[in-house]
Design a protein around this ligand. Structure first.
Ligand code: MN
Length: 226
C-alpha cells in the first residue's frame, strides 16, 4: 500500500559532531520545575510534576524564531532538553539515564497572553505552547560528550542583558525522576525530547531581539527573533 499523498517529512535535529540526524518523535515539557520559577508563576513546589506537549515539528535548530501571530506577549523559557534513544513504560529512575541519547539547549517559547486566558478558563495549552517554531534548539550533543547534567549553570540573555540565571541542581524533579514519572503516563520512545523546566526570570521578546542561551557542558544557543 502506498500513501495517498506524500507524507510530511519526519522532524529531525542535527547532532553535534555528526552528519547523522536525531529523528524527533514527541516533545514533552515539564511545568514549574525550578523553585523560584514555580513561585513567580504562583505554584506550589510540593505539587507533583505536570507535563504538556509541543508538536514534534515545533523543534527547529535554524537560529531563528519567527514572531508568532495572535499574541502580544511571547515569553522565553530557557531549558535543558533531553533526547531519548529508547523508551518504554514504568521506567525506574535508576534505569532512566540508560535511555538518554543526548542533550540540547532549547527555549520553550510561550504565548503567555493566550496561556493566561487558557488557565483562567481551564482550557488546554496548545495555542500557548505548541505553535510553529515554538521550540528553538541547538544541535543534540551525544551524552558521552556531556560530563554531568546533575549540576551546572543555565542562563539566558536578550540583547546582551542577562534575564534568567539558574543551576540544573535547582530542579525540583531531576531528569531521572522526570523520565520515571512520564513513563507512568506515556510509552516513551526513541526520538522523544523532554524539556526539563526553566529557572526564574521569564519575560517577553520582540522582533529583532537576539537571544543567547547556555547550559554548562551542553552548549550555547543563539536565536534571532524575525
Ligand atoms: Mn517551560
Amino acid at each position: 500500500m502506498s500513501y495517498v499523498f506524500t507524507p510530511v517529512p519526519r522532524p529531525a535535529l542535527p547532532i553535534k559532531g555528526s552528519d547523522q540526524l536525531f529523528p524527533v518523535h514527541r516533545i514533552y515539557c515539564v511545568g514549574r520545575n525550578y523553585t523560584e520559577h514555580t513561585k513567580e508563576m504562583g505554584g506550589d513546589i510540593k505539587d507533583p510534576p505536570f507535563f504538556f506537549q509541543k508538536n514534534p515539528d515545533n523543534a527547529v535548530a535554524d537560529g531563528t524564531f519567527p514572531y508568532p501571530p495572535q499574541t502580544q506577549n511571547v515569553h522565553f523559557e530557557i531549558e535543558l532538553v533531553v533526547g531519548l534513544k529508547s523508551g518504554g513504560v514504568n521506567i525506574e529512575a535508576a534505569e532512566a539515564m540508560s535511555h538518554v541519547f543526548g542533550y540540547a539547549v532549547g527555549i520553550d517559547m510561550t504565548r503567555r497572553d493566550l496561556q493566561d486566558v487558557a488557565k483562567k478558563l481551564a482550557r488546554p495549552w496548545e495555542v500557548a505552547k505548541a505553535f510553529e517554531h515554538s521550540a528553538p534548539m541547538t544541535a543534540v550533543v551525544p551524552a558521552q560528550h556531556v560530563e554531568s547534567i546533575a549540576k551546572g549553570a543555565i542562563w539566558l540573555e536578550v540583547n546582551g542583558v542577562r534575564k534568567q540565571t539558574g543551576d540544573l541542581s535547582q530542579m525540583i524533579w531531576d531528569v531521572p525522576h522526570q523520565i520515571e514519572f512520564l513513563s507512568t503516563l506515556f510509552e516513551l520512545k526513541a526520538g522523544d525530547l523532554i524539556f526539563t523546566g526553566t529557572p526564574a526570570g521569564v519575560g517577553a521578546i520582540k522582533k529583532g531581539d537576539n537571544i543567547k542561551g547556555h547550559v554548562d557542558g551542553v552548549g550555547d544557543l543563539d536565536v534571532t527573533v524575525v
